[in-house]
Design a protein around this ligand. Structure first.
Ligand SMILES: [Zn+2]
Length: 221
């Protein structure tokens, strides 16, 4: 069977947390730039992703919407990808166990970006990571380089994401995932089996400045 290549950005914030774009805007932009899968990963809520999934039903040929969440655990931020919205604990290692019971994937977000609450060296303390976010377009080169090294050391798949908080940031970094069928089950299976190729990228200067202005605004208002 011929494998399909899915272009996926699996770390995007919407208006359901500190993102500027609504789930609708995210979906249309993602489609326009040719992403075939997205995960909306608002902080501590699946609601943005659930909304996007609902809206996607009304769009012709929409990107696959993964139900995501960026959970702030006691050690740092962890991305969770699920089929449906589910209740998960905010502590490690309980989060990993419960997420796996629900067939969700658990991925440390920007693990070595300590300023932005990556889990850092705690990555070694837990088993059961399904992949590592080896490239985050909002993290430093140094932090990303370390994440790449650690994913190799631990033999874990590496994914690349934008961590977009504004619409033009979406797809700045992404992964190409090889699947048999374009659905979530296949997407998860392929990530677990490391049929993933991360594509590293940083935003153009203008987009970077827009993002900085947005972070200032969101803290003031
Ligand atoms: Zn994030």
């Amino acid at each position: 069977m011929k494998l399909l290549k899915i272009k996926a950005d699996m770390h995007i914030h919407s208006t359901y947390s500190d993102g500027k774009a609504s789930p609708l805007e995210i979906l249309y932009y993602a489609k326009e730039i040719g992403l075939q899968a997205i995960a909306i990963t608002d902080h501590n809520t699946f609601k943005g992703a659930v909304k996007a999934r609902e809206i996607a039903k009304g769009i012709p040929d929409p990107p696959i919407v993964v139900i995501g969440n960026e959970i702030r655990t006691q050690y740092g931020d962890v991305l969770v990808y699920c089929y449906e919205e589910t209740d998960l604990p905010y502590t490690l290692p309980e989060l990993i166990d419960k997420a796996h019971e629900e067939n969700c994937l658990v991925v440390p977000a920007h693990p070595f970006d300590i300023l932005r609450l990556g889990i850092g060296e705690y990555i070694y303390e837990f088993n059961g990571w399904d992949a590592i976010e080896v490239w985050n377009a909002s993290a430093s080169k140094r932090a990303n380089k370390k994440a790449i090294e650690v994913s190799r050391l631990l033999g874990l798949p590496g994914i690349a994401n934008s961590d977009a908080h504004i619409v033009d940031y979406i797809g700045i970094a992404y992964s190409i995932i090889e699947v048999n069928e374009p659905d979530i089950e296949e997407l998860f299976k392929s990530i677990r089996k490391n049929r993933v190729r991360p594509h590293y990228g940083y935003p153009p200067f203008k987009t970077f400045i827009k993002r900085v202005l947005w972070s200032i605004e969101k803290f003031i208002t």
